[in-house]
Design a binder for this molecule. Structure first.
Ligand code: 4AD
Ligand code: MG
Length: 431
């Protein structure tokens, strides 16, 4: 495979690093025949470049193959790099040899196809530059999140996906038969995360979570990736400061990334994402919403409309803290007034909605049992979780960040489904 070593990446040619005769390999992205010249755009994992195949520049068989090769055929070419202002990217490769690895059938995706059709052929649409750019940016964001936690000595752990205890309430649970026993796909690794902290103190996970969401909105998936953090001896204020630092860290790095040019999001906008973020208590948020004409009432959760009203004009995230006890799950530490909890949700700017839910946890046994009873939970299902309050319990806090919601905001995408390669929503689990 000596030949492999000499193959250049398209980005190297476009950056002027590969000159003279180059050997490239990839897929036909576009094709245009103009008399005795066939123009291709060739795509590899690093970019797209123009190829010109002239009838008298290659053998007869090679030119026939070039005529025959349809879009998405896999090819390997050798040719001379020429600067060309007219070519997209500023370079053209004048082909001297043209080899076909695979002749593609007629590619089903053309121009102006419906969203539903593109979702049906998502396995093929994944190679579009739009989705390719998103996948690259998502990988960078995820890498930076891991880096953030690694640098602060948080340990990445692995919670189970199959569980028997609900974390976020019964209404969004996917239930299934586990060899005759009722089991669920996890909604959050949190309860397990709490088990790790008595040994590891500061941990994080990056794992799938599942929600049987009946809502069809631009921010709901039924399967999403969840970055969750949990730390011993952290109160809700420590928790919020960590979230702020994490978001700032990722946003500032993304602001410097060349990938950003592919999105409707400027580096200047991201540079504004710096601590301290905005803060509003839930009670104040309700007052503000009512002033703005919303008929939301104290105790209600926020919908897309409320999140939009609160954040449309903002350039950095908003913490909405101290929610009503009755609106939140059993594990959140009640505030001294008995009406609120010590928690915060992070709302992304410009109406992108909630990206983080976090709180201080109830760490005392009796308090936790009381809250579980109030919420009619079956204590038996949570016996192991209650154990954590019997043996070396510790005040602690944690949060969960939805990766796709985070990506949607940072890249300013219209719909959450494009932040994930194979979206799972209420009406779709294919392909
Ligand atoms: O606010 P949630 O439900 O909080 C929890 O699951 C906590 N147990 C997390 C923790 O403290 N460890 O979910 C956390 C985040 C949300 O803020 C949102 O970003 C994302 O998960 N999320 C969803 N993302 C996409 N589609 C859905 N249906 C989502 N539901 C929640
Ligand atoms: Mg939430």
């Amino acid at each position: 495979m000596k030949e492999k070593e000499t193959i250049s990446k398209i980005s190297e040619v476009l950056e002027g690093k590969a000159k003279g005769i180059v050997h490239l390999r990839g897929w036909i992205h576009r094709k245009r025949v103009q008399g005795n010249i066939i123009f291709f755009s060739l795509r590899d994992s690093t970019g797209v470049i123009q190829l010109a195949v002239k009838k008298d520049g290659v053998s007869e068989k090679e030119f026939k193959d070039a005529e025959k090769a349809l879009i998405e055929s896999t090819i390997t070419v050798k040719g001379e790099v020429k600067k060309d202002e007219r070519a997209p990217g500023g370079f053209e490769v004048q082909v001297k040899s043209f080899g076909v690895i695979h002749f593609s059938e007629i590619f089903p995706i053309g121009k102006d196809q419906s969203t539903e059709f593109l979702l049906d052929v998502r396995h093929l649409w994944l190679r579009s530059l739009h989705l390719t750019n998103i996948m690259k940016a998502r990988a960078e964001i995820v890498k930076d999140l891991r880096l953030f936690f690694d640098e602060r000595a948080f340990i990445e752990v692995a919670p189970p996906i199959i569980t028997t205890s609900a974390c976020e309430g019964g209404s969004t649970l996917f239930e299934f038969d586990y060899f005759g026993q009722k089991a669920y796909l996890t909604q959050s690794g949190q309860l397990y995360n709490e088990a790790f902290i008595t040994a590891l103190e500061k941990i994080f996970i990056l794992a799938p979570s599942f929600r049987a969401e009946k809502s069809r909105t631009v921010k709901h998936l039924t399967e999403y990736w969840h970055l969750e953090e949990e730390a011993a001896f952290f109160d809700n204020e420590d928790n919020m400061l960590l979230q702020e630092q994490m978001i700032e860290f990722v946003a500032q790095r993304l602001a410097k990334s060349p990938l950003l040019r592919n999105f409707n999001r400027t580096a200047e906008e991201l540079k504004e994402v710096k601590a301290p973020f905005h803060r509003l208590s839930y009670d104040k948020a309700i007052e503000k919403l009512q002033e703005l004409g919303s008929n939301v009432e104290w105790g209600d959760d926020f919908g897309v409309e409320h999140e939009g009203l609160l954040t449309k004009e903002l350039h950095k995230p908003l913490f909405v803290h101290d929610w009503p006890l009755k609106a939140k799950p059993f594990y959140m530490e009640p505030a001294d007034d008995g009406e609120h909890v010590k928690n915060a949700d992070v709302l992304a700017p410009q109406g992108h909605g909630e990206i983080i839910g976090g709180s201080e946890r109830i760490w005392e046994y009796d308090k936790l049992v009381q809250r579980m009873k109030e919420q009619d939970l079956n204590l038996k299902d949570y016996a192991w979780y209650l154990d954590l309050r019997k043996y070396g319990s510790v005040p602690h806090s944690g949060f969960g960040l939805g990766i796709e919601r985070f990506v949607k905001w940072l890249l300013n995408l219209e719909h959450i489904r494009d932040a994930v390669p194979f979206p799972r929503v209420i009406n779709r689990a294919y392909p």
